[in-house]
Design a protein around this ligand. Sequence first.
Ligand SMILES: Cc1cc2nc3c(=O)[nH]c(=O)nc-3n(C[C@H](O)[C@H](O)[C@H](O)COP(=O)(O)OP(=O)(O)OC[C@H]3O[C@@H](n4cnc5c(N)ncnc54)[C@H](O)[C@@H]3O)c2cc1C
Length: 700
Amino acid sequence: MEVAPELVQERGKASFPPSTLTQLVDGGVAKMARRRWLRSLILSDPIFNNEDSIYLNHTERYKRALAKCGRLDQLINKYRLNEEDSIVLRSCTSEDLPTLLHDLMFLPCLLSLCSEEQQAYWVPAARSKKVLGCYAQTELGHGSNIQALQTTATFDPATDEFIMDTPTAQAYKWWPGTLGRTANTAMVIARLLLPQESSSSSPASYKDMGIHNFIVPLRDLHTHALLPGVVTRDIGPKIAFAGMDNGCLELHAVRIPRANLAQRFVRVTRQGVWSRVEGTHSKAAYVTMMQVRAIIVVHSARELSKACTIAIRYSAVRRQGFDDSKTGSELQILDYASQQYRLLPLLAASVGFFFCGRAVLTLLAETEDALLKGRKGQAEVGALMGRAHAALAGLKSLCTTIAADGIEECRKCCGGHGYLACSGLPELSGNFLQQCTVEGDNVLLTQQTVGYLLKSYIKWRTGGPVLDEECQYFVTAADGAHAEGLGEGEKGVRDEPAVLSLFSRRAFATLERLALRLQSLTEGEASLSQAGAWRRVLVDVMFVSRSHALYTVLRHFAAGLKSLRDGNDVSGVGKAGADAAFIRVLERLFFLFAFYHLSKEAGDFLELGLLSPETVARVRGEVEILLGEVRPDAVALCDGWDWDDFELKSALGRWDGRYAEALLASAKKEPLNHQDPVDGWDRTWQPQWKVEEQTERARL
Ligand SMILES: Cc1cc2nc3c(=O)[nH]c(=O)nc-3n(C[C@H](O)[C@H](O)[C@H](O)COP(=O)(O)OP(=O)(O)OC[C@H]3O[C@@H](n4cnc5c(N)ncnc54)[C@H](O)[C@@H]3O)c2cc1C
């Protein structure tokens, strides 16, 4: 189909070639070519066709997705794809695959939590998919508070086994993806109970050693039948994520060998004695969780960019309303400032989150290296873990909140058509929403970040050691008197260092205010306990975390721009002189992202005395100017993310902009239209007037 003239025009006026952005997000020309080749394998195989997905129910989606998993495996084997390629290949399916948790959690858990001896058996078995795993932590009664989990693993010295039990309905595992129907094995998080010395007169008693990880076989590897004592179910339809079998698990006296306790960091001897493996760090078990949080930050950028692509392309071709002349064609809705204000800062956010995702992956790699390869001392590893944990918690919370709200905003920006499943936006939104809850509820995560920030703040205020990179800004922010105010220098308000300084001072000031509040709540006569005071200030905690994370995103965004300007970006972008125009576009996005949030949260800056009302007004004006400047490049920026129509699954966001034809084609596929009148129309519903008419006819 011919491309809509509006999109031809939009593409014609872009100031940079979209492939430059593609090269940046892919990490270089070679990686870009490789990803496109992998995608071509998916696009050319009919089994991955997703055109009628929206008409399928949960069971049908699951079965279809299972078949896709099988073909993916064949492709991975046929082309001997490595781990990195396999991940890319799977993501190109744009499908919620039932094996997701095997790849995302189970296998990484084996690699990070199991001893070398254990890995020698489990890892090849998992890689070959003989063992298909899931990660079973959450229970019906407990999610966020994992210390209160009720599943037990009781050591039986007589048989050298653990007896796994979910003693009450509250203890049933509830939610784990891949668990319901797919997994034959689970990494189960359970309380370890070790027998205490007992005399013949007193009954056996057990010591609760807290939560540990256990590899629990669920199904026969050959027949896939459930093993004795194991019950699993799918927990039913969800908002979206229909291809995934989120499940529940009952364990009734299921026996597993002692060797199935994940043993990289802890051991239980034949006699039932617990010990920590020497040289390991107590928080090491959290490494998989951090890996997943980092992936979620990267995912936020990508999914938000998909929604922006759909809504912005649609806004370029959708015409609604006349200008003053009331003649000629109607206006493109993308030309309304309100539409730009709703969409373009989200596009900017997707790019900011990309840089942020790249930075957290680097931080994570550094942490894993130190932790798993034992290259650094305990204290240093502990510090790195704390830093990475705090950074990831706050960023996961902020990025997923903005992306989830942003995807929904993109849907609303498409008007009524955005409410159609074939717009692709309801599924995109529904699938993404879970990211605000999984791997730590977003609100709870803010507490983890702020807990770390407060500790660092107090240590530093009391003359403690040098701050790490996450908190380095305390030093300059506290010394705010010397910072150049926004708009005071030659560059006006578009001054990167001044913007960063301002956001860092806001983050610091909110943190300091919180520290003082906590102190006053716990001191004096009517003082509260530490926990009581903490509960009282939880609203402030959310804002402190948000302020810190927003500054962190901007810091990584600015660092990314610098690497492009310096010509040393890993993607190779920035080396060619022609990339200068592209960098200018990204700089505008940086300021748009910063000023959009600054003007939305202006109250904070004013209250803290960091900005005058005049500067706030200036910043608001600058947002309007930036929207106008980004507008001509909006479609090219979307194109640069390089989503194929197959991946977008949207009648509104198509490359060719032919949304009317696509909507019509989609309506024609609706099964309800396949018979007219609908089969059984007369039998199903006999309205009173018809009954009376028939009675009357019979009477005559
Ligand atoms: C699609 C999906 C997939 C999932 N996949 C898996 C999986 O593979 N494996 C797995 O083990 N689990 C999985 N989960 C479960 C997920 O990890 C939990 O839902 C999550 O940890 C939140 O726990 P909860 O649902 O019990 O909420 P709760 O902990 O009950 O939280 C409910 C509300 O209370 C608030 N709250 C709770 N405690 C506090 C507090 N201390 N301070 C302030 N506010 C508080 C929270 O902010 C939240 O708003 C999945 C969930 C979903 C939705």
